[in-house]
Design a protein around this ligand. Structure first.
Ligand SMILES: CC(C)(COP(=O)(O)OP(=O)(O)OC[C@H]1O[C@@H](n2cnc3c(N)ncnc32)[C@H](O)[C@@H]1OP(=O)(O)O)[C@@H](O)C(=O)NCCC(=O)NCCS
Length: 410
C-alpha cells in the first residue's frame, strides 16, 4: 500500500478566545489560517500550485467561519486559484480528521500533495451545544437527550470516581509541563506569528497558559457547569441535565460537578496546517519527510456521556495497525476536560511519563477545528527531541465520537 508522509507542519499561537481581550480575537479566522498556510510554504519551500486540496477542520459553521473557510483561506493566502479547499466538521476531531482525509487521498493514489489543517476563532462564538442537540431538534433529543459537554465531562468524573482533587492535580500537571515546554522553546519549531492586516504583530506566543497554577489556587474556582446541570435552561426542558444523566447512568445518585475554568480546555483562537505528500512526489521534489501516517481510526460511543470516544478510537487504531500500547513511545490525548484525559490514561494504562508530556489544552487552549493538527505537530516535535519513533494521537468529539492517529518517524 502507498504511504502518506508528513513533510512538516506549523500552527499559529493560541490567543485567548474572548472578544476585545484575546490578541487574535479581531483577526478574521480565514486570515489566521491563510498566514498559517503561508508560514508552512515558507518553512518547507514547496510550490503551492502543486497542492491538490486543502482539507480544514472547522466547527464554527456560520458567521466569519462560513462559506468553506478552507477555500477562503487559500484565496486569502494568494495561492494559485487552482488550489481548492474543503472544510469539514467532526466537532473537536475535525482537524485530526482533515489530516486523515488528506492522507487517505494520497494513500489511495488519487492525490500527491495535500494539506490537512484546521481553524477556529472561538472569540466569535461560545461553545453552546444546546441548539443543534436539543432545543431545535426535538426528535433527536427524544432519542438521545444529549447534555452540554461540560456536563458530560462532569458525568465522566462521577462515573469514574475522579474527585475534584484528582482533576485539579491533572490540570496543575498540564500547566507545569506546558510552562517547561515554553521555557525550553519546545513549541518554537511549529509556531508562526500572526499579524494584523496593517502588518502589526497580533500574536507570536501562546496566550492562554497560567504558569504557577497550584491545586490550592484551582481549589478556589467555582464549578462552571453546576448551575447548568441543576436548573432548567432550555424552553420546554422538562428534566434538568443532571436528572437526565442520573437516569441514563442509574449507578450514580448525582452528578459531581468538578470542572471549572482551570481544569477545562481553554477557549482560544488558532489555526494549524500539515503538509502531506506521496513518497513519489516527495522524492521527485526534494521534500524531506518527518513521519508517516501508520493508521487512523474513528469510534462512535454513547452520546450523552459523549466524551469517551478517544480510548475506543485508540484501541481500534492500534488493532488495525497490528500494534499494542507497548509499541507507542508517546501518547498525545486532547485535554478537552481533565476527566477525559484521566479516563483515557486509566483505560489504556498509559505511563504518566509518556502521556501528554508537554501539557495540553487545559493550559494551551483548544481551538476546536484547529487542535488535531496541533497535537500531531507537538508530539512529532517531541518524538524528534527525544529521538523516539511512534506516537498515538487521540481526541474526543461532540456527539459521542473519537478520533485516533498513529504516526511513525521516518
Ligand atoms: C470552563 C469554561 C466555561 C470557563 O469559561 P470562563 O469562565 O470564561 O473561563 P476563563 O478562562 O475566562 O477564566 C475565568 C476565570 O477563572 C480564573 N482562572 C482560570 N484559569 C485559572 C487558573 N489556571 N488558575 C487560577 N485561576 C484561573 C480566572 O480568575 C479567570 O478570570 P480572568 O481571565 O479574568 O483572570 C470554559 O473554559 C469552557 O467552556 N471550556 C471548555 C470548552 C469546550 O467545551 N471545548 C470543547 C471541549 S470537547
Amino acid at each position: 500500500m502507498r504511504e502518506a508522509w508528513i513533510i512538516d507542519g506549523v500552527r499559529s499561537p493560541r490567543g485567548r478566545g474572548k472578544k476585545g481581550v484575546g490578541s487574535l480575537s479581531d483577526v478574521h479566522p480565514q486570515r489566521i489560517m491563510a498566514q498559517v498556510l503561508n508560514g508552512l510554504k515558507e518553512k518547507v519551500g514547496f510550490d503551492p500550485a502543486d497542492v491538490e486540496d486543502v482539507v480544514a477542520g472547522c466547527c464554527g459553521g456560520g458567521g466569519d467561519h462560513a462559506m468553506d473557510i478552507a477555500r477562503m483561506s487559500v484565496l486569502d493566502a494568494e495561492w494559485p486559484i487552482s488550489v481548492p479547499g474543503i472544510t469539514l466538521h467532526r466537532h473537536c476531531g475535525a482537524g485530526q480528521q482533515a489530516v486523515t482525509y488528506a492522507a487517505m487521498g494520497i494513500i489511495s493514489g488519487h492525490q500527491e500533495l495535500m494539506i490537512g489543517g484546521g481553524v477556529e476563532s472561538m472569540s466569535r462564538y461560545c461553545p453552546d451545544h444546546t441548539d443543534g442537540f436539543t432545543a431545535n431538534n426535538k426528535h433527536l433529543y427524544e432519542l438521545y437527550p444529549m447534555v452540554p459537554q461540560g456536563i458530560s465531562a462532569d458525568l465522566i468524573a462521577t462515573v469514574e470516581g475522579f474527585s475534584r482533587e484528582d482533576v485539579d492535580a491533572y490540570a496543575v500537571q498540564s500547566q507545569e509541563r506546558t510552562a517547561v515546554s515554553i521555557e525550553e522553546g519546545r513549541f518554537d519549531n511549529s509556531l508562526v506569528p500572526i499579524y494584523h492586516l496593517d502588518g502589526t504583530l497580533a500574536l507570536d506566543k501562546d496566550e492562554h497558559p497560567r504558569p504557577g497554577s497550584t491545586v490550592e489556587s484551582l481549589g478556589s474556582l467555582n464549578p462552571s457547569f453546576l448551575a447548568m446541570g441543576t436548573n432548567l435552561f432550555i424552553e420546554g426542558q422538562e428534566k434538568t441535565f443532571d436528572q437526565i444523566c442520573c437516569e441514563i447512568y442509574p449507578e450514580i445518585k448525582e452528578v459531581n460537578h468538578v470542572h471549572h475554568a482551570g481544569n477545562s480546555s481553554g477557549v482560544v483562537d488558532g489555526a494549524s496546517a500539515i503538509l502531506l505528500s506521496s513518497p513519489d512526489y516527495a522524492k521527485a521534489h526534494g521534500l524531506k519527510p518527518r513521519a508517516r501516517i501508520v493508521m487512523s481510526a474513528t469510534s462512535g460511543t454513547e452520546p450523552i456521556i459523549m466524551l469517551t470516544g478517544p480510548g475506543p478510537a485508540a484501541e481500534i487504531c492500534l488493532k488495525k495497525a497490528g500494534m499494542t500500547t507497548d509499541d507507542i513511545d508517546l501518547f498525545e490525548v486532547n485535554e478537552a476536560f481533565a476527566a477525559v484525559a484521566l479516563k483515557v490514561q486509566k483505560d489504556l494504562n498509559i505511563d504518566n511519563e509518556i502521556y501528554n508530556v508537554n501539557g495540553g489544552a487545559i493550559a494551551l487552549g483548544h481551538p476546536i477545528g484547529g487542535t488535531g493538527p496541533m497535537l500531531i505537530q507537538t508530539v512529532l516535535d517531541e518524538l524528534e527531541r527525544r529521538d523516539k519513533s511512534t506516537a498515538l494521537i487521540a481526541m474526543c468529539t461532540g456527539g459521542g465520537m473519537g478520533t485516533a492517529t498513529i504516526i511513525e518517524r521516518i
